[in-house]
Ligand binder design. Sequence first.
Ligand SMILES: [Zn+2]
Length: 252
Amino acid sequence: MNLSDLKWTDVAAMDRNTPVVFPVAALEQHGHHLPLFTDSMLLSEVLRRAVGRVRGPVLVSPLTWLGNSEHHLDFPGTLSATPRVYLDLINGLAENFLVHGFRRIIFLNGHGGNDVPGKQALFEVRQRHRKRGDLLLLFATYWHLAPQAKDCFPGLKQHEMGHACEWETSMILRLSPQLVGSITDIKPVEFGTAFEPASRAWITQERTVPGHIGFPNLASEAKGEALFEAFAEASGRFLQRVVDWDGVSWNG
Ligand SMILES: [Zn+2]
C-alpha cells in the first residue's frame, strides 16, 4: 500500500501492527556518468520489487530524497540536509507514525551517508519512548541486507558497494540507460584503505577526483538485473520478518 494513495480514514482503519516503511535516499553527485538522483532511483526500484514479494500488508511512505550528503558538497548539484537537520527529519517522521498509533517503523536506506544519523535518530526515538515494550524501530541499508549480492553474477569485480561504481552503474543501466554517460573510458578509482578499525571522518574529494569509487567501466545491464534481484530478495525477506514479528522476541 502506498501512503500517498490513501485517505486519512483508510489509515485510521488500519491494523496498528502494519509495518510502516520510510524509504530514505539522496540527491548527490554520482561521478561524470550517473544522474544525481541515482540513490533515490535505485532504492525505489529495490523497494518496489521487494514489496511485491511480501505476504501481508506493508504501508510505504513516499521517498524522502533529501539525505545527509555533506561529504559530497564539493561537487555541484548535490543537495544535503545538514546532519543535525537530518537527525530531526528522521526523528520527526518516526514520531508522526507513533502519534498515529503504529508500532513497527522501518527506514529502508539507499545512501551511505544516512546510515550514521539514521541510526542515531532511531536511538533517540527509542530513548524517548523507553517505557514502551511494543515498538520495533529499524534502520537498514539495502546492500547491507544482502551480503550474498557479491555472488549474484559471475565475475563481479566488486565485492561491496562503492559509489557510482560497477554495481550502481549496472543498476541504472538496467533502469534508465538513457541517463548513463559513456563508461568505456572511465578509469577505476580504488576503494583505498581507511584507518580501520577506526572510523575516519572523510570528504569525498579526498578519495576521488571524478566522483566515483569503484569500477563503473565494468558495468552491464545484466549485472544490474542480477543485483536488483539480489537486493530485492534480501529486502523482501527483511520486510517479511517485520510483518511476521511476534511483538516480543528479540530475533523475530
Ligand atoms: Zn549512490
